[in-house]
Write a protein that binds this ligand. Structure first.
Ligand code: FAD
Length: 440
């Protein structure tokens, strides 16, 4: 016999849903059911970080942390002051998973395998008594008069338990990520949803004049996107691809400019400072030194500074009609001015979005103003909670997106457990009813 009344139903078996379900159950809530539409919960965790899972980022101060969230930003200060990356580290360590910091601040499991993260979450859910149904998709929700929700599911034959497709839940948490179904359910329940747009993508350049540099990394460079609605700037590593540009600086840029770029159909004017922010005087000094020290060498073979990629230097000489086989001593003043300008500000046309980078998230989702960010409970519908990417929150690449999932899931799970203890003296979803603890 399978229960039809649950204390808490979590829709979405991603990191946010798992964290919420585990936290609620560990804090004493019985009758927690987690629904995952696909056969494999935590699917994105498995493929994340190139199979290594960048769990979070070593950014310990919530005031600094919020700067990595183009959507969410300052509103997240409160949530992050309750559950920050340090708490996440401790949470996983308590459950046997050590996270290791890389020089750029990203934190990965010591095993370097995302499957270790999945294993810890699955084991913690099982130990806490969370029931997981795979192949169970939440299709419809109705708020009941007097509290709670009636839920209608679609159950994949052979995967989900042969249960009734209608359940009731005292509390409901939506953690469906970027999937449209969660946004539809939220709007059915009266919530405003900010239209979704992609974030964290690479840029395709018109006729890609940099194609010959494919695979080269330049670090740091300054990027500026000029759009009708404003200018967006970033500085950091740039990776050249077959279609244009990628790498952390590009992904950060497209995250902050996600909506503005969507408005122009992903066409924009991109300016690149190859010097990474050197002043005009500093660059001219470098040229003076190059003329003095490499006077007899050909420009082609002698870059103005060693970190400047040789292929990029040749591209700039060719693009600006400066003879690459002339000697430094023969470089005319006008040519020097052109090269100095090109090194500080080269213009390229963005013609569209490239394929997604390693990480890809949806910007937009349930409006934050309608959610109490201390508990993640809806301000419109008591008993309804949200966590993770379904909310109008997204971070840049580096572990920030998962951190928001851990934080919002932990806050929601804790609040639900506390609320249930206070309000439900005899909670529904008695664990006694559960015979089929997990249906795989
Ligand atoms: C390739 C890739 C790599 C990434 N790498 C990283 C990284 O290293 N670090 C990082 O911080 N972020 C990374 N991200 C982003 C990160 O994966 C997401 O931000 C995060 O997974 C969002 O978690 P979530 O729990 O909100 O949603 P999801 O992980 O999307 O989980 C939602 C789950 O809900 C299920 N679902 C949807 N609708 C229903 C329904 N109606 N009923 C039942 N179940 C439903 C879905 O099948 C899904 O399993 C990466 C993203 C991608 C695509």
């Amino acid at each position: 016999m399978l229960p039809v009344d649950w204390s808490l139903v979590v829709a979405g078996g991603g990191p946010a849903g798992y964290m919420a379900a585990i936290t609620a159950a560990e804090q004493g809530l019985a009758g927690v059911l987690l629904l995952e539409a696909t056969p494999q919960p935590l699917g994105k965790v498995l493929i994340s970080g190139g199979g290594r899972c960048n769990v979070t980022h070593a950014c310990w101060d919530p005031r600094a942390l919020v700067g990595h969230y183009p959507r969410g930003s300052r509103a997240l200060r409160g949530p992050f002051s309750r559950f920050a990356p340090g708490d996440c580290l401790a949470w996983f360590a308590d459950r046997g998973l050590e996270l290791v910091e890389e020089p750029d601040g990203r934190l990965f499991p010591r095993s370097n395998r995302s499957s270790s993260v999945v294993a810890v979450l699955e084991a913690a859910a099982e130990a806490a008594g969370v029931i997981v149904w795979r192949g169970a998709s939440l299709r419809q929700v109705e708020a009941r008069e007097g509290g709670g929700f009636s839920l209608r599911l679609r159950l994949a034959p052979g995967l989900a338990p042969a249960a009734t497709s209608t359940l009731s839940a005292a509390r409901l948490l939506l953690a469906t990520g970027g999937h449209p179904s969660g946004r539809q359910l939220a709007s059915q329940l009266g919530h405003g949803v900010v239209a979704p747009v992609p974030s964290l993508f690479t840029l395709a350049l018109e006729a890609n004049p940099l194609a010959a540099l494919r695979g080269v990394v330049m670090d740091p460079v300054g990027l500026e996107l000029r759009l009708p609605s404003g200018r967006f700037r970033e500085r950091g590593p740039l990776l050249f691809t077959g279609w244009g540009v990628s790498g952390p600086a590009t992904l950060r840029l497209t995250a902050f400019a996600a909506r503005a770029l969507k408005d122009t159909g992903y066409r924009a004017d991109l300016r690149i400072d190859w010097s990474g922010g050197s002043s005009a005087d500093a660059l001219r000094q470098r040229f003076r030194l190059a003329r003095a020290e490499q006077a007899r060498r050909r420009m082609l073979n002698a870059r103005p500074w060693p970190e400047l990629s040789r292929r990029l230097w040749i591209h700039l000489l060719e693009r600006h009609g400066v003879a690459a086989d002339q000697r430094w001593a023969d470089l005319r003043r006008r040519e020097e001015d052109i090269l100095l300008e090109a090194l500080r500000c080269s213009a390229y046309g963005v013609g569209g979005r490239g394929p997604f980078g390693e990480e890809f998230v949806t910007a937009g989702g349930v409006s934050l103003g309608e959610v109490n960010l201390a508990t993640m409970e809806s301000r419109l519908q008591p008993g309804l909670y949200f966590a993770g990417e379904l909310l109008d929150v997204d971070g840049v690449t580096g572990g920030f997106n998962f951190q928001h999932c851990w934080t919002s899931g932990w806050l929601a799970g804790g609040a639900i457990a506390r609320e249930s203890h206070t309000c439900d003296p005899v909670g529904p979803g008695s664990a006694d009813l559960v015979e089929n603890r997990e249906h795989r």
